[in-house]
Design a protein around this ligand. Structure first.
Ligand code: SF4
Length: 485
């Protein structure tokens, strides 16, 4: 897996999503359930807006002094006997991990859930090395058994599958003979994983937050698989995006609190661990501890209007309120990071050439801004991407789209032109509305119809009513002017 999860065009992906009723039902159910749990957990904390302000301040403080905190963290890891690699991109990160794994002569690797390892294609690299790798997060395990199916949510990667799908996958791949009860399916997964854990040579995890003044990493899970991944193999490799840092445990405590409530509607996750290299007086834990800190395009956003996207703590709350995500699911985006955070972050990491469609998979309703625990202005970032693309010669300026927007801008910016257009709108639209054949019923004024919008307009008129504008003498503006004051 890498940042790009599909070779289909956006149009084809959307058609596929539209036809996938199981996915739509599963996503809608999960969104509705999460809504209640999340809001309940936030209310329990009290003064949620105050917490959001604090979360935002912590993340901004870190990003504004990122080189200092990264330095401090790396020095403290080294002092504890661990190793840190700063990787410019996915290739450098993979090369470092490949070397560690080869030096250890590892044969089996266990992994806990980590988006950034998927971002750098780590599973595929390990398999190419001829080694065995097992995803130990239950949802990731299901996806692996489903022939490396793509994750479709950043917190619930298998949200597009239901219990029957899981039963089929386990039957096919693991010889499972049980029913479709999630508890029995989880028991089967645990049985397979436990044996594997005991034979693993290397454990690879992500990191929720890296604690700068301690040289520790902080992980939040509900299954305990990350703690087994850390505790059993002799070597632990942490892979993290360069922005996932906090000054001290105090700030991690604030963000853990907000993360659990926003992600899964819990006060705190079942396991909340702070780990580093094994101390001399400890029996358990990894003897070798490596942290790979990945840039992969993130630093390009620093100091630009896109910087706030790096505040993200990957709670997935913005996906859970997004009306577009509700309809197209994760796979519709064709990007490892879906939903509002995905369309804000992915062009930063993967560039506009590859991901120019993504910022348009948004209605700009800003429900994501309102739910984000660290107050990322997601819809502004999405607009900023559109602006960058339109102003870039290759992507927009001078294009038909650009010209169209300029004409509309000039028309709506001038009261003279706007009022003139409104005077003729009724007559003009009446002409358009009589085109045949009839597809969409016009609900205004007793049945005008419009089908054949030219070019791009057709995409709009195929699925929407286009009411005929009222006569100039009946418009709101006229009424407002004449109304009884
Ligand atoms: S952008 Fe905000 S709401 Fe979305 S995943 Fe990141 S922290 Fe959560």
């Amino acid at each position: 897996m890498s940042l790009k999860t599909s070779t289909l065009t956006m149009e084809k992906r959307l058609e596929k999503s539209k036809a996938d009723q199981v996915m739509q039902a599963s996503v809608a159910k999960a969104q509705d359930m999460q809504w209640e749990k999340r809001e309940g957990a936030r209310q329990k904390l009290g003064n949620w807006e105050g917490w959001r302000d604090l979360g935002e301040q912590i993340r901004q403080q870190v990003l504004n002094h990122l080189p200092d905190y990264l330095d401090e963290f790396a020095n403290n890891v080294a002092e504890r006997g661990g190793h840190v690699c700063f990787a410019k991109d996915a290739k450098e990160a993979r090369a470092y991990i490949e070397k560690v794994v080869s030096d250890k002569k590892a044969k089996r690797i266990v992994k806990s859930k980590s988006m950034v390892t998927a971002e750098i294609d780590l599973d595929q690299m390990i398999e190419k090395m001829g080694l065995q790798v097992m995803e130990t997060d239950l949802a990731e395990f299901i996806l692996q058994e489903n022939d490396w199916d793509e994750p479709s949510h950043i917190v619930f990667p298998a949200i597009h599958l239901n219990r029957d799908n899981v039963q089929d996958i386990f039957k096919r791949k693991l010889g499972y003979t049980g029913d479709n009860e999630p508890v029995n399916e989880a028991r089967k997964a645990r049985e397979v994983m436990r044996k594997y854990f005991l034979q693993a040579d290397v454990g690879i995890t992500g990191c929720n937050f890296a604690i700068a003044d301690q040289g520790l990493i902080n992980l939040n899970t509900n299954e305990g698989n990350a703690d087994l991944t850390i505790g059993i193999p002799k070597t632990h490799i942490v892979v993290m995006g360069m922005e996932r840092i906090v000054p001290s445990i105090k700030e991690a405590e604030v963000l853990d609190n907000m993360l659990a409530r926003s992600a899964v509607g819990q006060d705190i996750t079942t396991y909340c661990s702070f780990v580093g290299p094994k101390n001399n007086d400890e029996n358990d834990g990894p003897e070798d501890f490596h942290v790979v800190i990945i840039d992969n395009g993130r630093s390009e956003a620093l100091g630009t209007p896109l910087q706030p996207v790096l505040q993200c703590i990957r709670c997935g709350s913005c996906l859970n309120v997004c009306p577009v995500y509700r309809h197209i699911g994760g796979e519709g985006y064709g990007s490892l990071y879906p939903g509002p955070i995905g369309i804000s972050l992915t062009p930063v990491l993967g560039g506009y050439e590859e991901f120019h469609d993504l910022p348009y998979a948004c209605s700009l309703c800003a429900a994501c801004d309102a739910t984000c625990p660290v107050k990322i202005p997601l819809h502004e970032i999405i607009t900023e991407h559109r602006k960058i693309m339109t102003n870039d010669l290759k992507m927009g300026r001078g294009s038909f789209n650009d010209m169209q927007m300029r004409v509309i801008g000039a028309g709506t910016g001038s009261p003279f032109l706007f009022n003139g257009a409104m005077t003729f709108a009724h007559t003009g639209m009446k002409m358009l509305s009589h085109k045949k054949p009839i597809v969409v019923k016009n609900l205004y004024n007793n049945g005008g119809f419009m089908k054949m919008g030219p070019g791009m307009v057709k995409g709009w008129t195929d699925v929407r009513d286009l009411p005929i504008a009222p006569k100039a003498s009946h418009t709101f503006r006229r009424w407002f002017k004449k109304r009884d004051k």
